[in-house]
Design a protein around this ligand. Structure first.
Ligand code: PAF
Length: 178
């Protein structure tokens, strides 16, 4: 039986910011696991890794339309929020950030984070614009959650390298765990 309390849920920038601010004021170190949902054991291991180096763990679940190309089917991306909720609770996630597309990208929101040339190779060559979409959403999530530590899976090596570069180039005070 799951002994963990259900994670707090937030859907607005103001909500997640206020909660994180209160946690930090109470002395907690904030760990963050960004996801697009449809969780599996790999994601849950990232939660364990975040837990090992922080006091509270925030997970975001957001299927980011910006990282899908015109021929990639955003609508068919698998989603199962009730199951994700149960899995996150079972692994002791403290807060879930579940923003809507209209919250992350309100009408008129057209600023993008442009990755450097390292995004033009490998997966980036096959999926033009993909990494600009990834960096833009991760930048926004970092601003909203302001984590001390963010945890990413190592299977997406190019993504992690670009996020690491962005954090360094933009002077983000976040440690990345891979
Ligand atoms: O790796 C993923 O699941 C996504 O690219 C991320 C980092 C959550 C951004 O949408």
């Amino acid at each position: 039986m799951n002994q963990n309390p259900a994670p707090r849920e937030f859907t607005t920038p103001a909500g997640i910011r206020a909660w994180v601010t209160a946690q930090r004021a109470g002395g907690s170190r904030i760990g963050f696991v960004p996801t697009m949902g449809f969780l599996h054991e790999g994601h849950l291991r990232l939660v364990d890794a975040a837990r090992a180096v922080s006091d509270v763990v925030v997970m975001s679940i957001f299927v980011n339309p910006l990282q899908f190309g015109p021929t990639e089917d955003l609508a068919r991306y698998p989603r199962d929020l009730p199951r994700d909720r149960a899995l996150a609770a079972g692994r002791g996630v403290d807060a879930l950030f579940l923003p809507d597309v209209s919250v992350m990208y309100p009408p008129g929101s057209d600023t993008r984070v442009a990755p450097g040339p390292a995004a033009d190779r490998w997966e980036g060559a096959a999926r033009p614009g993909h990494f600009a979409g990834v960096l833009t959403v991760v930048a926004k999530l970092f601003h909203l959650v302001s984590p001390d530590v963010a945890v990413f899976g190592q299977k997406d090596a190019q993504q992690v390298a670009l996020i690491r570069r962005m954090a360094r180039d933009l002077d983000w005070p976040v440690a990345l765990v891979v």
